[in-house]
Design a protein around this ligand. Structure first.
Ligand code: WT7
Length: 662
C-alpha cells in the first residue's frame, strides 16, 4: 500500500461490501422505484410540493419557493398548524384510539397516550400557556426530561403559535440562562427532577439557579415527576398538573403562516456562544414528515417505532416528535439510561413492545458492542425490520455488529446524515432501494443536491476528499440564527458564495457516486501534507479486536505539520499490556498506510462524552496539544477527562525519560 491518502481511501472502498435490501423488505417498501430519485432531481420544487401535499393545509400556498440567497421561503402564502397535522387530523380520520406514545420511565413506570388523549392534553396545555400570557410568536423555554409532558409542551406551543426553545435537561443552569436570555423567553417549563441511572436529578434546582441569574422569567410551570421536594416561588412557579388540569380540552389550532417560526434549538459553533438555529413551520414539517415516511418506511398501521435519542437534541425534535406524529405512527418513548438497570434494558423493551424500527447513534451501538452480544441475544428481537444510525459516521465494524446482533441480518440499516441546521435527513440510503455500503451515508434524499468541493469551491473528482456543500435550498433548512442573521450568512453561506451551504463536514464521493462522510473539517488533520480524517483512523483502530472506542486528534508537530494522537478504550476481554500501543499503531499503518499511524496512543478506561453520547474531541485535542482541557461542564463523565489527562502526562514523561527514546 502506498503512502498517499487517496490510495488509502481507495483500499477502504475495495474492502467495503455492498449489502442489497433484504428481499422481503424490498417487496413492500414505500420506495422501490429508482425513478423517484431521477424525477425529484429534474423537478425538485415539484417533488417537494408533492411531499407537502401529504399535510393538511388551512390555506394553499401561492408559490413553492422564494429563494433570495441565502434566505429561503417555502410554500409562500400557505397556512397550516403543526399540532393540527400531528394530532387533530388523525383523530378526525378515526384513529383517536391508536397509541401515539408508549412511554416508559426509567424506574419502570409506564403510560400510554392515544392520539385522542395526546390531542386533549396538548389543547389543555395550550390553554394553560395562554393563561400565563403566552401568545403567538412568544418564546417558551422548555427544560424537561424524557417524559410525555415534553412533546406535549412542544405541541402546545405549536398549537398556539408560540416558539419553543428546548434545552437538553443535561445542560447546566448557566447554559439554560444563556439560552433564555438569547431567546428572550418569559416562560419556562421544567420538572421537579428526573431519573438517571437509578438516581434522581434535581432539575428544578438548576432551573431556579438559571432563573435567579436573569430577570426575564416571570412564569414557571413545574411538572411533578420524582416527587422530591422543591422550592416553589409564589406568583412565579406553578404546578403543571394544577394549571393544565383545570383547563378545557378545546383549543382550536392557530392557522400559522408557512414561514412562521416553529422553534429555536441551540447548537455549538466554533465560538463559545451557542447558535439559536431557527426553524419555521411549513417547510420543516414537509421534509421531516417526508423523510420519516420514506427513510424509515413508516407503516402507520403496523409499526412500533423507536428513536432512542433525547428530545433535547434535533434528532428528537424531528424524529421522536414531529416526523412520527405527522405520519400517525406508534412510538416508544423512554426516559432513562440504556443500561439501567441492566445492559439489556433496550433489548428487553424492544422485545416486550415488539418494536419494528430502531434509530440510534453509533456511539450507543459501540457501547452495546462493548457490553457484549449476549445481552441482545437473550431477547426476541425478531420484530425489528429496520435500523437507523445518526450523529456521526458509523464505522463499518459497528455497522456489521448492529446488522448481525440487533438486526439478525434481516434489517436494512439507514445511515442518515443531517444536522441541527438542516432540520431533517439529507443524505441517506433508501431502505428498499439502496445497496448499502457499511460506513457510508451514500445518497442524497430525493430533491437534495450535495456537492463535494475543493478549497476553491470546484467539485472534486471521485475518490478525492473535499468539503460537503448543499447547492439547492431545502424545505427544512434553518432560516437564520436567532437574533444574528450576519452570523448565519458568515457561518454557512460565505465560504463558497451566498447560494452554497457550507456544512462544515468533510466528504468524498466514491467511484459509484456514493457519499462518505469524513467527519467535521475542524477534525481533519494534515500530516506531512496529506489530509487525513480522524474518522478513518478511528475506524481502523476500532477495527482491531482489542479496541472498543477510539478518538483521534491532531497536534502540532514541527516535522510533519500535524501528528496524530489517538485515545482508545479496550473491548470487554482485552487487557492493557506492553506493546499493545505499538500493535495498534501498526494495525492502523496496516489498514490505511504509515502516514495514518498515530504518533501517540493512550489507552483509557473511558472517553469524555457529552450527555448525548458524542465524544468531545475538543477536549482530546486540548490533551493532544498538551493544554489543560477546556470547558467540561457538558460532559456526561467529567472524571474521564481528568483520568486521561493524568495518563497522557505520565506516558509523555515516560517517553521523555532516558533510555526510552523511539
Ligand atoms: C453533525 C451534526 C443530525 C442529528 C444529530 C447530530 C455529524 C450526523 C452523521 C452521519 C456522518 C454525521 C456531522 C454533522 N453527523 N449524522 N450519518 N454520518 N456524520 O446533529 O449535533 O447538529 O451534528 O453530526 O458531522 O455535521 P448535530
Amino acid at each position: 500500500m502506498g503512502s498517499d491518502p487517496q490510495s488509502a481511501i481507495a483500499s477502504l472502498d475495495a474492502r467495503s461490501e455492498r449489502v442489497p435490501p433484504p428481499e422481503a423488505f424490498a417487496a413492500t417498501a414505500r420506495v422501490r422505484d429508482p425513478e423517484v430519485l431521477r424525477r425529484a432531481d429534474e423537478d425538485w420544487q415539484g417533488w417537494w410540493a408533492e411531499q407537502a401535499e401529504h399535510l393538511r393545509w388551512l390555506r394553499p400556498w401561492d408559490r413553492v419557493l422564494h429563494w433570495d440567497p441565502p434566505h429561503a421561503q417555502w410554500f409562500v402564502g400557505g397556512r397550516l398548524n403543526v399540532a393540527d397535522n400531528c394530532l387533530d387530523r388523525h383523530v378526525e380520520a378515526g384513529h383517536g384510539d391508536q397509541v401515539a406514545f408508549h412511554w416508559e420511565g426509567e424506574p419502570g413506570d409506564a403510560r400510554s397516550l392515544t392520539y385522542a388523549e395526546l390531542r386533549d392534553e396538548v389543547a389543555r396545555c395550550a390553554n394553560a400557556l395562554r393563561e400565563l400570557g403566552v401568545g403567538k410568536g412568544d418564546r417558551v423555554n422548555v427544560y424537561l426530561p424524557m417524559i410525555p409532558e415534553l412533546p406535549v409542551v412542544m405541541l402546545a406551543c405549536a398549537r398556539i403559535g408560540a416558539i419553543h426553545s428546548v434545552v437538553f435537561a443535561g445542560f447546566s443552569a448557566q447554559s439554560l440562562t444563556d439560552r433564555i436570555e438569547d431567546a428572550g423567553s418569559r416562560v419556562l417549563v421544567t420538572a421537579d427532577g428526573s431519573y438517571r441511572k437509578g438516581r434522581t436529578v434535581p432539575l428544578k434546582e438548576a432551573a431556579d439557579d438559571a432563573m435567579a441569574a436573569t430577570d426575564l422569567v416571570d412564569a414557571c410551570l413545574v411538572v411533578r415527576r420524582t416527587g422530591d421536594p422543591v422550592a416553589m416561588e409564589p406568583g412565579r412557579d406553578h404546578w403543571y398538573h394544577e394549571v393544565v388540569g383545570r383547563q378545557d380540552a378545546d383549543c382550536p389550532p392557530e392557522p400559522m403562516d408557512a414561514e412562521d417560526v416553529l422553534f429555536i434549538l441551540y447548537t455549538s459553533g466554533t465560538t463559545g456562544k451557542p447558535k439559536g438555529i431557527t426553524h419555521t413551520t411549513g417547510g420543516y414539517l414537509t421534509q421531516v414528515a417526508s423523510t420519516a415516511r420514506l427513510v424509515f418506511d413508516l407503516q402507520p398501521d403496523h409499526d412500533v417505532y423507536w428513536c432512542a435519542a433525547d428530545i433535547g437534541w434535533v434528532t428528537g425534535h424531528s424524529y421522536i416528535v414531529y416526523g412520527p406524529l405527522a405520519n400517525r405512527v406508534t412510538s416508544l418513548l423512554y426516559e432513562g439510561a440504556p443500561d439501567h438497570p441492566a445492559p439489556d434494558r433496550l433489548w428487553e423493551m424492544v422485545a416486550r413492545h415488539r418494536a419494528t424500527i430502531l434509530y440510534t447513534a453509533p456511539t450507543a451501538i459501540r457501547a452495546f458492542m462493548r457490553a457484549g452480544p449476549e445481552h441482545p441475544a437473550a431477547h426476541d428481537l425478531s420484530s425489528l425490520r429496520l435500523l437507523g444510525s445518526v450523529g456521526e459516521p458509523i464505522n463499518p465494524e459497528a455497522w456489521r455488529w448492529y446488522h448481525e446482533h440487533i438486526g439478525g441480518g434481516r434489517c436494512p440499516i439507514v445511515d442518515t446524515w443531517w444536522q441541527t441546521e438542516t432540520g431533517a435527513i439529507m443524505i441517506t440510503p433508501l431502505p428498499g432501494l439502496t445497496h448499502a455500503k457499511p460506513g457510508a451515508a451514500q445518497q442524497p434524499f430525493p430533491g437534495i443536491k450535495p456537492v463535494v468541493v475543493d478549497d476553491r469551491g470546484d467539485p472534486v473528482a471521485p475518490g478525492e476528499g473535499g468539503y460537503l456543500t448543499l447547492q439547492r435550498p431545502w424545505p427544512a433548512m434553518l432560516r437564520t440564527i436567532w437574533g444574528d442573521d450576519q452570523r448565519y450568512r458568515d457561518t454557512y453561506w460565505s465560504r463558497f458564495g451566498s447560494d452554497v451551504y457550507f456544512a462544515g463536514d468533510g466528504a468524498k464521493l466514491d467511484e459509484d457516486g456514493d457519499l462518505w462522510l469524513l467527519g467535521r473539517v475542524d477534525d481533519v488533520m494534515n500530516v506531512s501534507g496529506h489530509r487525513l480524517s480522524t474518522t478513518e483512523v478511528e475506524s481502523a483502530l476500532v477495527d482491531h479486536p482489542a479496541v472498543a472506542e477510539a478518538a483521534v486528534s491532531g497536534r502540532a508537530d514541527a516535522l510533519t505539520g500535524q501528528a496524530i494522537v489517538a485515545f482508545v478504550t479496550l473491548a470487554g476481554e482485552a487487557e492493557e499490556h506492553d506493546g499493545l500501543a505499538d500493535e495498534l499503531r501498526a494495525h492502523v499503518a496496516d489498514r490505511i498506510g504509515k502516514l495514518a499511524r498515530p504518533a501517540e496512543l493512550h489507552v483509557a478506561p473511558d472517553l469524555p462524552k457529552t450527555r448525548s453520547g458524542k465524544i468531545m474531541r475538543r477536549l482530546l485535542t486540548d490533551l493532544a496539544e498538551g493544554r489543560e482541557p477546556g470547558d467540561v461542564t457538558t460532559l456526561a463523565n467529567p472524571d474521564a477527562i481528568r483520568a486521561l489527562a493524568e495518563r497522557t502526562r505520565q506516558a509523555r514523561a515516560a517517553a521523555r525519560s532516558p533510555g526510552n527514546s523511539e
